[in-house]
Design a protein around this ligand. Structure first.
Ligand code: ADP
Length: 177
């Protein structure tokens, strides 16, 4: 397949589907022979950003680091998938500015559905006050105002959302399968 180097940046609340859809897209790209990497927020926090916490300052540092690495990869022709809550719009926009090709994907889901789903058991803990600064419960999340792509994991199947993301990348002429 032909493709450009670009960053596919998933933003959204915990459990909204960033990793699920990011991995589905990654697998499909790999099967098509593309050069692709994924930077998953949960994984990055155990290496690249080990030691950082969840204050605004630490979150910004974490997201900027991810943005720095993703731009290096994208600049070199790699498709870099990022799955990170990245709650602050200004930082996402700052990273967008540094990129030649940046695609923001908003993983959207009603809070009620996330609490019900609670994939990692974190919402229960956050609501009981056992985790502080939890995005969407006790910490801010600023949704994108004009994302290239948006999906609704409370209304769509993972396969449907992934297909939509894929088709949009074709439409944007970033990949040509
Ligand atoms: P995040 O990476 O945003 O924290 P995850 O991908 O770990 O979220 O979890 C999302 C959960 O939502 C998974 O259990 C997934 O199966 C489920 N889900 C249901 N519908 C969708 C959809 N349309 N897109 C993505 N995930 C979905």
């Amino acid at each position: 397949m032909q493709h450009k180097g670009f960053t596919l940046w998933f933003t959204g609340l915990s459990g909204a589907g960033k990793t699920t859809i990011g991995n589905m897209i990654m697998e499909r790209l790999q099967n098509a022979g593309a050069k692709v990497e994924i930077l998953d927020g949960d994984v990055v926090r155990t290496n690249l950003s080990v030691g950082l916490g969840f204050s605004k300052e630490d979150r910004d540092t974490n997201v900027r680091r991810i943005g720095f690495v993703s731009e290096l990869l994208a600049r070199n022709g790699v498709i870099c998938i990022v799955a990170a809550i990245s709650p602050y719009k200004a930082i996402r926009d700052e990273i967008r500015e540094k990129h030649e090709n940046f695609v923001e994907v908003f993983a959207s889901c009603e809070l009620d559905a996330l609490i019900e789903r609670d994939v990692k058991g974190l919402y229960k803990m956050a609501l009981e006050g056992r985790i502080e600064n939890f995005t969407g419960v006790s910490d801010p999340y600023e949704p994108p105002t004009d994302p290239e792509i948006m999906f609704r994991s409370d209304k769509e199947t993972p396969e449907g959302s992934a297909e939509m993301v894929w088709n949009r990348l074709v439409e944007l002429e970033l990949i040509s399968p």
